[in-house]
Design a protein around this ligand. Structure first.
Ligand code: FES
Length: 197
């Protein structure tokens, strides 16, 4: 093979290798149950809003993102989970989300989000800051459990809207960050309609 031919074939090989690596990267975001969205370091440092494609999430699935250096979980709730939320109110410390610091005003509702199907929440326990376990299945913690978050550090429990149960160490509901649904259907975390206007 001439020197020029060898150089062309090496170039073709490298182009193919890059295409394969790109394909693997794209497939990674489609991993079922737990996907991880990792914006660039510059985006994270600036605290810029993060756009999330929720179309790949099945009911019960969770996606981890990072916004302003803290974890944020995006969870698609099942129909059964949504139906259970109003039935839990007597067992919760702040069922109506009266503590205003824990969510934007548009999330002061039973599901604590803009779109009832999708919860956007900062998974940092409001007691001493541990990361709770995500336990979406009814009955997986105890017989009355309707799905939610369990903090292994001192036993605080939260429902699938991030509302804290009464009688546990955590004093308040989990934090819901600003979020909105963009015109293209993407979920934007870290910005709401008021800020975007
Ligand atoms: S840090 Fe979660 S219960 Fe104490």
């Amino acid at each position: 093979m001439s020197q020029e031919g060898a150089s062309n074939s090496r170039r073709r090989f490298l182009t193919g290798a890059v295409a394969v690596v790109g394909g693997v990267g794209a497939a990674y975001t489609a991993v079922p149950f737990l996907a991880y969205w990792n914006p660039s370091a510059t985006t994270r440092a600036a605290g810029a809003p993060v756009e999330v494609d929720t179309s790949t999430l099945e009911p019960g699935q969770r996606m981890n993102i990072s916004w302003r250096g803290q974890p944020v979980w995006v969870i698609r709730r099942s129909e059964a989970a949504l139906e259970a939320l109003p039935t839990l109110e007597d067992t919760l410390a702040d069922p109506a989300s009266d503590v205003a610091s824990q969510q934007p005003s548009y999330a002061q509702n039973t599901h604590r989000s803009i779109d009832p199907e999708f919860l956007v929440v900062v998974p940092i326990c409001t007691h001493l800051g541990c990361i709770p376990s995500y336990m979406p299945k009814a009955g997986s913690l105890d017989a009355d459990w309707q799905g939610g978050f369990f903090c292994p550090c001192h036993g605080s429990k939260f429902d699938l809207a991030g509302r804290v149960y009464a009688g546990v160490p955590a004093p308040t509901n989990l934090v819901v960050p600003p979020h909105r649904v963009a015109e293209n259907g993407l979920l934007v975390v870290g910005e709401d309609d008021e800020e975007a206007a």
